[in-house]
Ligand binder design. Sequence first.
Ligand SMILES: [Fe+2]
Ligand SMILES: [Fe+2]
Ligand SMILES: [Fe+2]
Length: 439
Amino acid sequence: MEEALGDGLSVEDCVTRLKRMHYCLKRLHRVFNDRLTAEPVYELKMGFSLHSHLCAEQATVLRQRVGEMREPPLGMDAVPCEALERLFDEIANAPDTEDLLRGLYLVAVPQLRLEMEKYRVDTHPLADAPTRRLLRTALLDMTDIEDYGKQVQSAYGLEETEWSRELGKAWDGELIERQFSAEPRPFDGVPQRDARFPDPYNMGVNAEVFLYDKTMPVEPKTLMMYYKRLREIDVPEMMASIIAETGDQPWAYYRDMTRQLWDEARHAMMGEVGFAQKGVDWSKHVMVNFTWSLALNTQLTPKERHAVLYFIEQGLMPKNGKRYEWEVGKESGNPLSALFQDFDWADEVLHARVGRNWYVSTFEDPKEAVRYGDECWSRVLLDWQKYRETGLTEHRNWWPDCYRTACNAADIEPEEDVESFGVSYAEVRADLKNVSASA
Ligand SMILES: [Fe+2]
Ligand SMILES: [Fe+2]
Ligand SMILES: [Fe+2]
């Protein structure tokens, strides 16, 4: 009673504050998204994928809450404050990774978390109980992001700079000078990888040929599936470019696409965990390429990229796609592989729905949507020969070494048939339809 007899915020004040937080989350969502493709550091690429998703989810929640308190139009797309807009423009245009990290994790994320906490303290616990409940969850997410940010800060030894101090003032409402955002930085869709991806054009090991070869034993197939999962790192790189370059969609589009983007990042990390299980240092023994995201991002329009994604994913659902991978995992007696394949498959159910809602729905005939995806995919040029001729890669067959390393770690003898597997992607170049690429 003591608490309930106290002051609270008016509905008008609540809506104003919620819209401001919503704006911050929306801007954060896009900064995380727009910078993950060209960010080489693996952990940041994955972290940005997660944080982009969390911000999109919480933005959605706050939007809905404003919609409970006010009749439309809600004005959720309006800029609530010019100083804040400039602050996020500055962060979005940060010229390098360190400034980007400063802006995100030293300023925007902790400040937003404080604002959410302050709201929970200021608002009336009974009158505004629904918002307090939503913010409790939002704060759990924000605290996760902030904790990650603290690790980033110590890993990079990030100190405050004059610029980051200016951002702090902008948060308090001061209209700061534009430093980085005076000239907007265009979206960079060329994927970058760090030193753990030393041979990013390598298409020397055809995972699908090995996986679908009935004469090959199941255990090493789990190793190959971990490679396929880790290679999915190129899907967030590609999806981020669709999100960045597709304007004027309803908010639900960005939210759904970002959820899928995070799923794809999770699949990549499942591969990473798999290699840890197998005792294989993937950065040394597995050549994870970026040829798919590079080709799509530089050769196709966003709509064409979406078409390719949908075409590939709908091809994974029949009997010999995701179900087969799960069955291999189960048969192998490796519970972690079976578990990962189980979820890799289940996530496709959601991805198919995302594809139907936001891609297929733009066609009158669903068959035409598939046909168009097929056509776009056959237009993509992954030039195996040229990559080799121009010295980008030798397409070295890394499989025997990878397999032997896993056998050593498990203390078992390598099998000769498995060890000598050496089918590359060269043979199937002419007909891309036969290549089951990342998805
Ligand atoms: Fe997957
Ligand atoms: Fe997917
Ligand atoms: Fe995928």
